[in-house]
Write a protein that binds this ligand. Structure first.
Ligand code: ACM
Length: 674
């Protein structure tokens, strides 16, 4: 029955099939799109006597979820809704069969029926019901007569069981409030795993009672108390979100060695790392005392973190510190361990036994994959989708993170089209089932509590849809349309991805007048990929992350919509001409407004060339528009305008103009011979 639910051709029926111009009733902006949606016509009108009835089991998780649901509904509509549950007839009947468990493969199926007279949400588990309540909130709409839910029938279940976000709280510590609001965000887009990267070179972030020097000396005072961890876990549990802790070993481990240098492969002394990159510090896998320590450590953490899985990291061990230690070299020789990869495999086998003792399963990065590992482990692939497929063929479960690296400023569309399962995949049904899903990775070298939400959202919502919705749901324009709405809804949950942008711009401008700064910032993006890790860049953990590059969105919405306008215009040489011209005029005049602000706000000076180039680019666009539709702009002028375009490609202060290609298209069209 479950397979039949999503197997047939998608029943996105009336909504998605409706022509975009049909304005009678807009399509519901659901994100992620459910497995099956059918429009029933009509709507359920929301009135203050709206009541919810819980039929059958009423676990605390569900009752709390309903209270939050009512609160959000009330906040959004301004209606003072009647008490949570009431006598029949209730407007919304909610029924579940049992309390869900926060485990991999738990049932998240739900069905939702909205008619003009009643609404019904049914699910096998309270976790499924929580997913359904988020859908219902997304169905809320309004017209001149008030608020309503469009009549629909939805049958929904996730495509993948593991849909997560990694938050690196080591490079930059994220206070409890940051985690909570992001857990709300995850639940809103039906993600179900928060992966906490709790230790790395730059910080050890959990209070450890057995070995207190871990948090005392490895954290600069920035760590979660166990009480706080329990608070985060309870918050996540209430929203149907698992919390998977990662302790990245044997590499990525400097912070452990500050308080316990005897664990390391070289004598130290160690200090909390301030720089970024990959370093050679590593646990000593040849010392039996290492395993005694880790045994006691994981005994404690296994109780603190209830999830079945513990993530042991395992990435990027370069082996240099092992080679440098004669005792370790002798250990390898004595035990016929051929190389440092095999030595890490030995270390992992020892860890496996320790985790097993405490009832835990192991997850780790690609590097832990060895044929002799048990098939119960999960591989988190950061090295590519191909690796995931190979693992699946070899019998291993895996999740995808390659190309879900949201820290490197790629577009939502890029991440959206990255499917854990290749459409042409040659995997058998059984092998495909081993591909469990994926996680967006929010590595935190270049984010602080102030701008992390803007790096996570809204792009992670696009990944959430990829992991929840049927594979055939892949229309980029439609995704972006819904993403813009989802982004506003996410803001209601306390996420700061929109409002902190304006705050950061005000600080950069040194005052409330940010118009010119915003006009520029709106068309900037950080340079993509890994440039900020290069040896030439001076970044450290203590650096300020308040520059223009830290404020601008990973993906410029203005640039994206301008690109669409230009493409549509160039297709018929008519559509959108006025809007394009208006934008170009605004940009062409912006530099004169930006300059005085940058003169009194030195932090902005690095953006002066970008501002000048934006205005130059806009002039090139305007001159080109004058020659379209006819084309045939003369060669000298074309050369001059292309010069402006080329100049605009240069990045400054880590940021680049995101409208350059669109203007280039205008210049090329103007130059084309008729
Ligand atoms: C990783 O990016 N080293 C997992």
């Amino acid at each position: 029955m479950e397979a039949a639910m999503i197997a047939p051709a998608l029943a996105l029926t009336a909504f998605l099939a409706a022509p975009a111009g049909a304005q009678t009733r807009s399509a519901p902006d659901l994100l992620p799109i459910p497995a099956r949606v059918s429009s029933m016509g009509g709507e359920f009108r929301l009135t203050p006597d709206f009541k919810v009835a819980l039929e059958g089991p009423a676990p605390a998780r569900l009752r709390k979820a309903l209270a939050r649901f009512r609160r959000r509904l009330s906040d959004r509509t301004g209606l003072r809704l009647a008490p949570e549950t009431g006598p029949q007839p209730a407007a919304l009947a909610v029924s579940i069969q049992r309390t869900g468990r926060l485990v991999l493969h738990e049932d998240e199926t739900y069905g939702l029926e909205v008619s003009s007279s009643a609404m019904r949400l049914s699910a096998r588990t309270d976790i499924g019901a929580i997913r359904g309540l988020e859908t219902l909130l997304q169905l809320l709409d309004a017209d001149a007569n008030g608020y309503f839910f469009s009549a629909v029938r939805i049958e929904d279940k996730p495509r993948f069981p593991w849909r997560g976000l990694l938050m690196d709280v080591s490079r930059h510590f994220m206070p409890v409030e940051v985690l909570k609001r992001n857990i709300d965000g995850l639940a809103a887009v039906k993600m179900n795993v928060l992966h906490l990267h709790l230790s790395d070179y730059q910080g050890f972030r959990v209070e450890c009672l057995s070995f207190p020097r871990l948090h005392e000396q490895g954290s600069d005072g920035w760590y979660y108390t166990q009480e706080q961890i329990r608070e985060i876990l309870a918050y996540a549990d209430e929203r149907g979100v698992r919390v998977v802790p990662e302790f990245d070993i044997p590499g990525h481990s400097t912070s452990w060695f500050v308080g316990y240098p005897e664990l390391a492969s070289t004598p130290g002394p160690y200090r909390v790392e301030r720089r970024y990159g990959v370093f050679s510090s590593a646990f000593n896998p040849a010392a039996q005392s290492t395993y005694a320590f880790l045994d006691k450590f994981f005994a404690e953490m296994a109780v603190l973190f209830p999830d079945d899985y513990v993530h042991i990291g395992g990435d990027e061990v370069d082996g240099a510190d092992w080679e440098a230690n004669p005792g370790i070299r002798k250990f390898m020789k004595d035990n016929a361990i051929a190389d440092t990869h095999e030595l890490q495999a030995y270390f992992n086998q020892r860890l496996l036994a320790i985790l097993g003792k405490y009832g835990k399963k192991m997850i780790g990065w690609d590097e832990i994959l060895r044929p002799d590992m048990p098939k119960s482990i999960v591989i988190q692939s950061w090295q590519g989708r191909q690796r995931l497929a190979e693992s699946a063929k070899n019998g291993f479960m895996g999740i995808l993170s390659a190309d879900y690296y949201i820290d490197i400023y790629k577009s939502a569309g890029f991440h959206y089209l990255n499917d854990p399962l290749d459409k042409e995949s040659s995997l058998s049904e059984e092998e495909r089932a081993r591909v469990l899903g994926g996680e967006a990775t929010m590595w935190s070298e270049f984010v602080t509590p102030e701008n992390i939400d803007a790096r996570v959202w809204p792009r992670t919502a696009a990944i959430a849809e990829r992991l929840w919705s049927p594979a055939q749901v892949d229309d980029l324009d439609d995704m972006y349309r819904r993403l813009a709405k989802a982004s506003l809804r996410l803001e209601e949950l306390g996420l700061t991805h929109i409002k902190n942008y304006d705050m950061m711009l005000r600080r950069l401008a040194g005052g409330p007048d940010t118009a010119a700064v915003k006009t520029l910032a709106d068309v900037l993006e950080p340079v993509k990929d890994w440039w900020r890790f290069s040896r030439e860049t001076p970044y450290q953990t203590g650096s300020p992350y308040t520059r223009l590059v830290d404020a601008v969105a990973a993906e410029s919405e203005v640039a994206r919509s301008f690109a669409k306008l230009v493409d549509e215009f160039l297709a018929d040489r008519k559509t959108g001409a006025q809007e394009i011209r208006a934008r170009l005029i605004q940009w062409s005049m912006n530099d004169a407004r930006f300059q005085p602000i940058a003169r009194r706000s030195p932090i902005l000076r690095e953006a002066l060339p970008l501002s000048a180039n934006l205005s130059g680019l806009a002039r090139a666009g305007l001159r080109s528009l004058d020659h379209i539709p006819g084309g045939g702009m003369d060669k000298a002028l074309t050369r001059e305008l292309m010069g402006l375009v080329d100049e605009a490609r240069t990045d400054y202060g880590g940021a680049q103009l995101a409208v350059t290609v669109s203007v280039q298209k205008l210049v090329e069209a103007a130059a084309r011979q008729p």
